[in-house]
Design a protein around this ligand. Structure first.
Ligand SMILES: Nc1ncnc2c1ncn2[C@@H]1O[C@H](COP(=O)(O)OP(=O)(O)OP(=O)(O)O)[C@@H](O)[C@H]1O
Length: 253
């Protein structure tokens, strides 16, 4: 059974059909990149999986369970984590405290007194930071970190509730090319180790073709193609769809 199964979802905004009858699946341990030119419906699809938007029709299943239209918090509780285009951390807290806050939330104790974050499951927080290569920076304030490191902390925070599926919305936006690949290599290792699925939207073709196991291409709200990076790169329809968008379907050296 697929970890995530999207079955014919559609969504319109007024007269604009943003997503039209889109179906695809994602297995545990797999990285699936959702790509497409601007306005193709990537964010809308993503938000229908995360619960920020309810589909007009179609179903979304997580390990067979119908999660269509559930609110984001309920979907998160069922094991769907999320990172954002602009990393969200508390700048005034240390790296470890940020992860401890995420652990508090996972333990349903987010309303506990803030000062207790520093005392909550520090060893578990440090273990998560070890996984993302940030253990040595545990006691630095997040405000002092380079942006690429903030993204790693955000990843550790997203892992705090042990998601089965991680949604990463343009995870490498704003990062230097080398850092982008490194972040997604890390996500890939963690996905394999935890048998966690990762669905991500991405504009950087280096990341897509270098790191994704499979790629789904949306164009004008419809699924145009789905396959391995090689199949997608060789697909004439995909090349045609990208013509004139300024994006190149080549992995740069
Ligand atoms: N809340 C909304 N209200 C009205 N129209 C919307 C809304 N959200 C998205 N759209 C429209 O739906 C279509 C798909 O948008 P969406 O943001 O899903 O595309 P995208 O592939 O994520 O684009 P980008 O790469 O530019 O982020 C676009 O035509 C967009 O203008």
């Amino acid at each position: 059974m697929s970890l995530l199964q999207i079955e014919g979802i559609s969504k319109s905004f007024g007269g604009v059909q943003a997503v039209r009858n889109v179906s695809f699946g994602l297995q545990a341990g797999e990285l699936l990149a959702l790509i497409g030119p601007n306005g193709a419906g990537k964010s809308t699809t993503f938000n229908m999986v995360g619960g920020q938007l309810a589909p007009d029709s179609g179903r979304v299943r997580l390990a067979g369970r119908d999660i269509t239209g559930l609110p984001p918090r309920a979907i998160w509780r069922l094991g769907v984590g999320r990172t954002f285009q602009i990393a969200q951390t508390f700048a005034s807290l240390t790296v470890a405290e940020n992860v401890q806050m995420a652990l508090l939330s996972a333990d349903r104790r987010i309303f506990a007194w803030w000062s207790r974050a520093a005392a909550h499951r520090r060893a578990d927080a440090l273990a998560l930071l070890e996984q993302v290569g940030m253990r040595a920076q545990a006691d630095r304030p997040c405000s002092e970190l380079a942006y690429g490191d903030v993204k790693r902390v955000e990843l550790a925070m997203a892992l705090a509730h042990g998601p089965r599926l991680l949604l990463m919305d343009e995870p490498t936006a704003g990062m230097a090319p080398g850092e982008r690949v490194a972040l997604m290599q890390l996500a890939r290792c963690i996905a394999r180790e935890r048998q966690m699925g990762v669905l991500f939207t991405e504009h950087s073709m280096d990341v897509v073709f270098g790191q994704a196991d499979r790629v789904a291409v949306l164009v004008r709200g419809q699924l145009l193609a789905e396959g391995t990076p090689q199949q997608i790169r060789d697909d004439a329809r995909v090349q045609q769809a990208y013509l004139g968008t300024g994006l190149v379907l080549e992995k740069s050296a």
